[in-house]
Design a protein around this ligand. Structure first.
Ligand code: NAG
Ligand code: NAG
Ligand code: NAG
Ligand code: NAG
Length: 645
């Protein structure tokens, strides 16, 4: 009885206090609703494409929404302008998704980064105009058809970073208008082909980072892959690509199969991909070549074990064959590289680069980390008229010399461990390539860093050419001539750091000419610009001499070692007086010492004389005493004789 009274009492209080109650029938109309805009950030912002405004609602972990366990209690905000609504509920710890209240304006919903595992049936059936939906980074293990009821206009679905393993053939049956599906980073082992068949407009399919091991897309009857344009299967466990892998005359334009374990590719496997423009097979175990479709423009085959060049179609513009086992260049009689713009064959075992047929459009050539001993003759503007970027790093080149005229913007010669001396005229044939339309100066950027043995660059190395920037850091250089370059013309500075510079008079020009310019425009290039010798200067930064009026490297009076191996540097202006002061102190010390010495001497001399006088006096005394004694004896004898008598 008492309990009932208390309960009723409580009930009354709650009722009086307002909308806390969401109990039976009576209080339904005062049920507490979560007004989104009182907790979350609401704003009207331009849509990504900038054409119109959207009403943006952002609820993140920073917003302290209570009782948000399922979102059926939210209240959509007033939307007086009737804008499309984009709402995000991110990082709120949601684990169940409730049924959202009706709203026909909602176009985008994102539930990224929650813990959603389950959902009520038909959660979106009252937001019928949904176009974009994301469940990225949740705990979904399976999907059922009732997740997507009544959202037939959905175009974009992101289910990445969940725990999906398998699908039923009807799971996506409502998604007939879907264009983009992201299933990246789930636990899918088999390609869900039948499942995708309702999506007759699908263009983008991302299945990367799953555990898919076979690639048999042709066998499907409904052939959803007839329309897919971009397919990513990167980071799976695919071992082979066969003639059955892709449907006939498919629409795939971009195919990413990188990061798998592909060893076998059947000769004609890709010829069904008649629209293929970009193929990425990087980081697999491909050893033998295979046919490439005529439509191909971009071929990425890096990090494999290819020994030979595949036959590229005429339209190819981009080839990346870096880090394979090539030992020769391509056969010029078999291929046409009229359209080739970028060629990367770094990290192979090629000894000779001999190209005789012009590559009219090539602007980037990477032949780094091969076995090239000399700068190849074919590197000339005649054969490579459009070249802008050339990478020769890491080759065993002992002597840099460009035999033919070559126009460039960037030249890379890093990591050349056999290079000891760069001789006169080495770069005389390299001409910078300025932008003619912009009226730019013709100069080039030279990167020649990390060549551990490089200890000399002869004065005439850059005769008749001009640089915009030079990076000769991390070499073994001790000296550099002022006449090497027009240092003041380097628009992007000079990186001379990490070299054991010998800080003596021949390098004084660096302080006079280079330091002030670098200090003002590229001071980061001074951080590790240090002396390597002579001994007293080791490790000292050149920037310490900035602002000195006297030639610091030509006189070592300016510097003395301080405590703990550091250096105490005194600006030249007040070092003079301090120097004089030192002398005065020294003179004073010597004078005092002298005075003390003189005093001591005088004292000693005096002491000696006194001693001698005292000695003499003593002697005399003793003499008198003995005289007396003697005379006494005589007297005694006298007395004795006298007594006897
Ligand atoms: C594929 O295209 C070729 C040429 O365009 C055509 O001859 C062939 O019949 C097509 N095959 C299919 C299965 O559509
Ligand atoms: C791929 O090739 C590398 C080196 O050739 C080898 O170590 C690796 O085991 C191969 N991977 C597979 C899955 O066969
Ligand atoms: C760098 O130069 C010094 C002499 O200046 C030489 O003793 C040393 O061996 C050189 N280091 C390398 C890696 O060649
Ligand atoms: C160099 O001198 C200028 C003005 O003379 C002064 O502003 C600047 O701080 C000085 N820099 C250094 C590193 O002493």
């Amino acid at each position: 009885m008492r309990a009932i009274i208390i309960l009723t009492f409580n009930f009354l209080i709650l009722n009086v206090n307002g909308q806390e109650v969401d109990a039976d029938g009576v209080t339904e109309e005062v049920q507490k609703l979560i007004k989104l805009c009182s907790f979350c950030t609401c704003s009207e912002i331009p849509e990504i494409d900038g054409t119109h405004l959207v009403f943006n609602i952002l609820c993140s972990e920073l917003d302290r929404i209570q009782n948000v366990a399922d979102l059926d209690k939210i209240q959509w905000p007033e939307n007086p302008n009737g804008l499309k609504i984009s709402a995000a509920f991110e990082g709120l710890g949601l684990n169940t998704l409730g049924r959202l209240p009706p709203n026909a304006q909602v176009e985008t919903l994102r539930f990224s980064n929650n813990a959603i595992k389950t959902y009520w049936p038909d959660p979106f059936s009252d937001v019928p105009n949904l176009k974009r939906l994301s469940f990225s980074q949740n705990e979904l293990m399976e999907i059922t058809p009732d997740l997507f009821t009544n959202i037939e206009h959905l175009e974009e679905l992101d289910l990445s970073y969940n725990k999906l393993t398998d699908f039923n053939s009807l799971d996506f049956k409502f998604l007939r208008n879907l264009k983009r599906l992201n299933l990246q980073s789930n636990l899918i082992k088999k390609m869900p082909i039948e499942v995708l068949s309702p999506m007759i407009l699908l263009e983008d399919l991302d299945l990367s980072k799953n555990g898919i091991y076979d690639l048999l897309l042709q066998k499907t009857e409904s052939e959803p892959f007839k329309v897919v344009k971009r397919l990513s299967l990167s980071g799976n466990r695919i071992r082979s690509v066969t003639k059955e892998s892709f449907p006939l005359n498919n629409s795939i334009e971009l195919l990413d199969l990188s990061n798998n374990v592909i060893e076998i590719i059947e000769e004609n496997a890709f010829l069904t991909c008649v629209n293929l423009r970009e193929l990425n097979l990087g980081q697999n175990n491909i050893t033998f070549t295979f046919a490439l479709p005529p439509s191909l423009q971009i071929a990425i085959l890096k990090i494999n074990t290819l020994y030979h060049w595949p036959t590229f179609p005429d339209g190819i513009t981009y080839i990346d064959l870096s880090y394979n086992r090539l030992s020769d260049m391509y056969n010029e009689n078999q291929v046409e590289f009229e359209n080739l713009e970028i060629l990367n064959i770094g990290g192979n075992q090629i000894k000779d680069i001999n190209i005789e047929k012009k590559l009219p459009k090539l602007y980037s050539l990477d032949i780094s980390y091969n076995l090239i001993k000399d700068i190849p003759k074919c590197l000339s503007s005649q054969i490579l008229p459009k070249l802008e970027e050339l990478r020769l790093d890491g080759n065993p080149i002992e002597d840099v010399y460009f035999k033919n005229i070559l126009s460039l913007k960037n030249l890379y010669l890093n990591d050349m461990h056999k290079l000891v001396t760069v001789k006169d005229k080495a770069f005389s044939n390299v001409i910078g390539r300025g932008d003619e339309t912009m009226n730019e100066r013709n100069c080039f950027y030279l990167y020649m860093s990390n060549c551990g043995s490089l200890s000399e660059i002869q004065d005439g190395a850059f005769d008749a050419t001009s640089l915009c920037m030079i990076d000769i850091s991390k070499n073994n250089l001790t000296r550099l001539s002022k006449d090497l370059l027009d240092w003041r013309a380097l628009t992007e500075g000079a990186d001379l750091q990490y070299n054991p510079w010998e800080c003596s008079c021949p390098l004084q020009w660096m302080l006079d000419d280079l330091l002030p310019t670098l200090y003002k425009s590229n001071s980061r290039l001074l951080t590790e610009l240090r002396c390597g010798s002579p001994r007293g200067y080791e490790g000292l930064r050149l920037v310490h001499w900035y602002n000195w009026t006297e030639p610091a490297m030509c006189s070592d009076m300016m510097m003395r070692a301080g405590p703990h191996g550091t250096y105490i540097l005194q600006p030249s202006t007040d070092s003079g007086p301090k120097f004089n002061y030192m002398i005065i102190i020294l003179v004073a010390c010597i004078s005092v010492a002298l005075l003390i010495a003189v005093a001591l001497f005088v004292y000693l001399v005096r002491n000696r004389r006194r001693h001698r006088v005292r000695q003499a006096a003593l002697k005399r005394k003793r003499q008198t005493a003995s005289d007396i004694k003697n005379s006494n004896g005589l007297q005694k004898e006298k007395f004795g004789a006298f007594n006897k008598a």
